[in-house]
Design a protein around this ligand. Structure first.
Ligand SMILES: [Zn+2]
Length: 74
């Protein structure tokens, strides 16, 4: 009888430890995908704001698209 009780206690402890481990791992994974928002830059032609990663950089200026980067600014 006492042995069964010990087994049950051990099982409960093991389960709670495993649960904690999973929750911590899940929380750590949840924080990772957060990417810092990239800087917004305005298109030199139409002033549309786009992310710096997606903007086209040409002649020292940012553009929203390759079409605008090819258009000459007066
Ligand atoms: Zn543009």
């Amino acid at each position: 009888m006492f042995r069964i009780l010990l087994t049950v206690i051990a099982l409960v402890v093991a389960t709670s430890l495993l649960y904690r481990f999973i929750v911590q791992k899940f929380a750590a994974n949840k924080q990772k995908p957060f990417k810092e928002p990239s800087k917004m830059v305005g298109c030199a032609y139409c002033q549309l704001y786009v992310e710096q990663d997606e903007a086209i950089y040409s002649n020292g200026q940012y553009f929203c698209s390759s079409a605008h980067s090819k258009l000459k600014i007066k």
